[in-house]
Write a protein that binds this ligand. Sequence first.
Ligand SMILES: [Zn+2]
Ligand SMILES: [Zn+2]
Length: 412
Amino acid sequence: MDLNYFQNCPACGAPVELAEADRLVSCSYCDGLNYLVNSGPLRFVLPHEAPAKLGEENLIYLPYLRFKGHIYSCSGKDLNHDIVDTTQLGYNDAKLPASLGLRPQAMKVRLYGPEHRGKFIKLTEKVVDVFAKAAQLTDSVNSKKSQLYHRSFIGETISFIYLPTYLKSTTLVDGVLNRPICRRMSRDLLDHTTVATQKWLPRFLPAICPHCGAALQAEKDSLVLSCSNCHTLWQEKKGEFVKIEFAVIDGGRTKTYLPFWCLTSANEGIPLDSFGDLIKLTNQPVTSRQEDSEKQLSFWIPAFKVRPKHFLRLAKNLTLSQHKLVAEERHVHKKMFPVTLPVQEAGQALKAALSAMVLNTKHFMPQLPHLKMTPERYQLVYLPFHSLGQDLVQDQTSVAISRKILYFGRTM
Ligand SMILES: [Zn+2]
Ligand SMILES: [Zn+2]
């Protein structure tokens, strides 16, 4: 479920409503477009209804970690996947509520700002442990006591959500509902505060092409911005826009261009260098041709979020049809679908994508722990899709995806 919040336009201050995964603040008052720099998890604060006489500085903010993403795991002979959306307490105290449930989605949260003058409780749980908890939630459904060979988290969003509370004598009171949370709260809690820093504040970059100075274009959830003046694409890295290598495959009847990360990786542990190796390893029912063993293997991973089942299907079918895909040009087109999955995440999906292609998983899965796949090079490639009823169909390979699935992917 999506979490929505208001952010003031960095140029004119007008409020703009955003979803958690949005990167662009598009202002309808001043027409400004600003990119939200990725400098760690966003920090949200639930709005409090504490008595006014209490004073903002006496609020105590409890830290919750929100994890939203996909988990892929290979255990026994199965490749499992799940969508996880959970909010867990990041402070170790069994007397406090372990989760915020649906509250963050039910109310408008705010990004942390200097007006939040209370005391922020430090995380005592490591972010990786919260990940592990999220994974356990899915393992209980999937494991069936079979051995786990591989697990990866893909496309995750991690944020902090602070719950405002206050002390009334020794009772800790929920500042949103004004209800007691814990009757005998130890004051030790207050020994675990941290100081909010400048780093907690969101930073923005004006969406201007660093090459030609024209206005960049992007949909609000896109990680890649385009300049149709000088035909360049840009992504933010360490607070500045960096040019990104891209290619487009020609499409005559094209309605939409969908982005894929075309990745090559150094693979150790299993012979897997050429396209021919992939055909052999995954037992595809085709005879490997001489040219396949000379063709360097690349993985075609969707550069957009979509439900795990479809994510794997697209990665599998396009990777196995890569001999039909030849990138030709480098023009920015109007109908380019937004990139919502960073290349690092695509790199983490390689083992799951490979497992999805294997026909004899019983023998393959136990080899996974010995396989090391290190992404080496990548290019963003836009593939042409034409409309066929409710579906989009890829011109060269006939791989299809429904518009509905694409739409839902953007709300995940
Ligand atoms: Zn504005
Ligand atoms: Zn430009």
